[in-house]
Structure formats: structure tokens, C-alpha cells
Design a protein around this ligand. Sequence first.
Ligand code: ADP
Ligand code: ADP
Length: 223
Amino acid sequence: MPSELNLILLGPPGAGKGTQAERLTQDFDLPYLSTGNMLRAAVSEGTDLGKQAEPIMNEGGLVPDEIIIGVTLEALGEADDGFLLDGFPRTVGQAEALTKALEERERKLTAALLIDVPDDEIVRRLTGRRTCAKNGHVYHVEFDPPKHEGVCDQDGSKLVQRDDDKPETVEKRLVAYHDKTAPLVGWFEDRGLLRRFDGTRSPTEVHDHIRATVATLRLEDEL
Ligand code: ADP
Ligand code: ADP
């Protein structure tokens, strides 16, 4: 059986998960699933899911497990050659549901890649983040500006500030992270799945470290 990489990106909002995902999916040719992107698409399409999620996202809260688990597992159903999951799981309940669903298909997680960044740096990153309206490409007004202000380098679409990247919502998202998501660090550690990276380094350094770790994990799996 060919080895598959079933990877999770873990870390506070603004840690650089999306930035790293863009690089890692290319390195390892993995399907990328971001629950944040999926939910934002549902909001802009006005689907039932979008209508339920929008007020919660704007408040900086978490969409309830009963809603997000079903739609994420369904979206993952097609990724049977490995995946890179960003933004899920965000609660212990979500992690348990994912593990169970994989076990039922005789699959397992390869690793949870934790990008560690302290709260004060998170606030700077999120309030300066700009996102491409069309495909979600990510920039930062100071740390990673586009070539032309307000325009995406990759597809020329407009760069916008996400509603939930305004300072008052950022604080609430950090509270949700510490309450509900941070316990997953210990959860993955107990299962031998946690790999930790210093997210305060430059995007290229963080990428080099993660890529080397994932390449080793893949080799170990093939041996
Ligand atoms: P997440 O997906 O974890 O929410 P993003 O990848 O969207 O995080 O990054 C959040 C913001 O921080 C973006 O504006 C991005 O350009 C910037 N950023 C990402 N990685 C770094 C880094 N290593 N150093 C400085 N800024 C970064
Ligand atoms: P970031 O990486 O910047 O925190 P995301 O794009 O991953 O943001 O998520 C944006 C919002 O979507 C979250 O603040 C939350 O409201 C909702 N969301 C995304 N993934 C989940 C999830 N797995 N469980 C609950 N809510 C989620």
C-alpha cells in the first residue's frame, strides 16, 4: 500500500497555517482542506451552512461540533491519498471524530504540526493580514506586502481585511483558541503525533523546518 500523509496544521489564529499550507501542499502534492475557507465560501454563497456559521464567525466563536464535523468529514471523504487539514480539529470532540472516521477506513493520522506563536505577535499578524477576495491568498501589510498595494500578486483580485481580523474580534478568537483548541496540544502529544515548530521565525525558515520533518515522517512510513 502506498504511504499516505494525513497531516493536520495546528496553532492559534494567525500563526501562519495558511501561509505554510500553500507551500506544503505543493511540496508534497497533497489536497488541502481549510475549514475556514470552506465556511467563508458557504457564507458568500448564502448556503444553510453559511447562514448558520456567519454570525458565529463574526463574533470570533467556534461553529458547533455538530455542524462542522459532518461537513468536514464529508469533504475529506474524497481525499483518500492523504491530506493537509487546516483549521480542523479545533476541539477535542472534533479530534476524536476525525480519528474514529479514519480508523473506520483503516487509516490514521501521520502528525499534527503545531505552529507556536505568542499572543502579542498574533494580534500584530491578524490585524495586518490582508486576504485575496477570490482565492484566499494571504498577505501582511508589513511582513509580506503584495507588489501592488491592495492587489493579489497571484490572481490580480482585490485584497480585503476579513471582518474577523478586526481587533475586537481577534481578542475573542484568542480566548476561543486557549479555551477550546489549545487542549489539543496535549491530546496529540499523548498520542505521539505532535510536532512543534517555532512560528516566530520567517515564513521560509518555518517552511524549511516543517518540510524537513514531513519528509522524514514520510521516509519512516515507507521503511
Ligand atoms: P493562519 O492561517 O494560521 O490564520 P496566516 O497564514 O493567514 O495564518 O498568517 C497570518 C498573517 O501573518 C498573514 O498576514 C501572513 O502574511 C503573516 N505571516 C504568516 N507567517 C508569518 C511569519 N512567519 N512571520 C511574519 N508574518 C507571517
Ligand atoms: P484562522 O486560522 O485565522 O483562525 P480560520 O480561517 O481557520 O481562521 O477560521 C475562521 C473561523 O471559522 C473561526 O474563527 C471559526 O469561527 C470558524 N471555524 C473554522 N474552522 C472551524 C472548526 N474546525 N470548528 C469550529 N469553527 C471553525
